[in-house]
Design a protein around this ligand. Structure first.
Ligand code: PBG
Length: 332
């Protein structure tokens, strides 16, 4: 017989006052859990609104410098930078990704000069740079795995050389974590972290991001389902995680976020490496639009972010990072 019973157990006792609610809280979200993805664009004095992601902008590097100060003042520990590349610099192989003076490398150096403590994460993938908007190169009408991985290794190396702290392969090619780890070791970047997009699902929630980086109109074939995961699958994420951990990933990302809490929870039970959720552009835009229209209160932001922690995340990549930091600081 169950020894718990009413009225000896009244669940509402630990809910009755704020102090006791705080004491029994199982999950605490702090600013230290947040990574802010930020969009950059060439030029000067640019702060271009991204209509598909209300409240967010693409920054030219001079304006980014000021923005970095704001981010550091909020105590956000790390940012992930994403480039908007003009069509004139895009080609079939995404060669601008390997230009040591591309906007990402220049941004890394500028951010490190502005504040060397702020962690920098860079996507390793070709989609911002390819004419077709895919993450790899196309050979015989197929996103070729092994040839793409060779390019990704070079891309990761130039990011590490520029001073990036964490490379984040988001391409979902097979074996890329292993090859990138070997390339980093061989070139003496032994402390460059790999945060692998381990379980990245082929998702329509990435739509606003593709507008933000200007790849939306480049797609010949809008599907990335020959390399990103099918959202029907869960066991497959475990296998992806086993491979990534054995290939040398320090951390894993599950992406998108909220519709995939079951995957986070499952990986958290099976693996000892830190897991991060990416609350992606579509999730941001949905919530933000509802807040802007008075349909939801902004406290849903903290509620969603806390749910990632509850599911087992060490942290969250979220476009809400600055707003969430302000709310968390106000609540102190
Ligand atoms: C591309 C990449 C994508 C995102 C991060 N890196 C989009 C895609 O795979 O098409 C999505 C982020 C978001 O939607 O916020 N490698």
């Amino acid at each position: 017989m169950n020894s718990y019973s009413f009225p000896f157990n009244r669940m509402r006792r630990t809910r009755a006052k704020k102090f006791i609610r705080n004491l029994v809280k199982e999950t605490n979200l702090t600013v230290n859990d947040l990574i802010y993805p930020i969009f950059i664009v060439d030029g000067t004095d640019k702060k271009e609104p991204i209509p598909e992601m209300p409240g967010l902008f693409r920054y030219s590097l001079d304006i980014l410098k000021k923005e970095i100060k704001n981010i550091v003042d909020l105590d956000i520990p790390a940012i992930a930078i994403f480039p908007y590349i003009s069509n004139s610099l895009k080609n079939m192989s995404g060669s601008e990704a390997l230009n040591k003076n591309n906007i990402i490398c220049r941004a890394i150096k500028l951010i490190k000069d502005t504040n060397s403590e702020l962690g920098i994460i860079c996507d390793v993938a070709l989609d911002p740079y390819t004419e077709h908007g895919h993450d790899g190169i196309i050979i015989n009408d197929y996103i070729d795995n092994d040839e793409t991985v060779k390019i990704l290794c070079e891309q990761a190396l130039i990011q590490a050389e520029a001073g990036c702290d964490i490379v984040a392969p988001s391409d979902m090619m097979d074996g890329r974590v292993k090859k990138i780890r070997q390339a980093l070791e061989n070139n003496n970047y032994v402390n460059t972290l790999i945060m692998s997009y381990t379980a990245k699902y082929s998702s329509s929630f990435y739509g606003p991001f593709r507008h933000a980086i200007g790849s939306i109109n480049n797609f010949r074939n809008k599907e990335k389902s020959t390399y990103q995961m099918d959202y029907s699958n869960s066991k497959e994420a475990v296998l992806e995680a086993e491979l990534d951990v054995s290939e040398g990933a320090d951390m894993m990302i599950v992406k998108p976020g909220l519709p995939y809490l079951d995957i986070i929870s499952k990986l958290n039970q099976k693996f000892d490496v830190p897991i991060f959720a990416y609350q992606v552009s579509g999730e941001y835009s949905m919530i933000m639009t509802a807040i802007n229209n008075g349909l939801l209160n902004k406290s849903v932001i903290i509620e969603t972010l806390t749910s990632f922690k509850r599911a087992g995340c060490s942290g969250i990549l979220t476009y809400f990072a600055p707003i969430a930091s302000k709310i968390l600081n106000e609540d102190k």
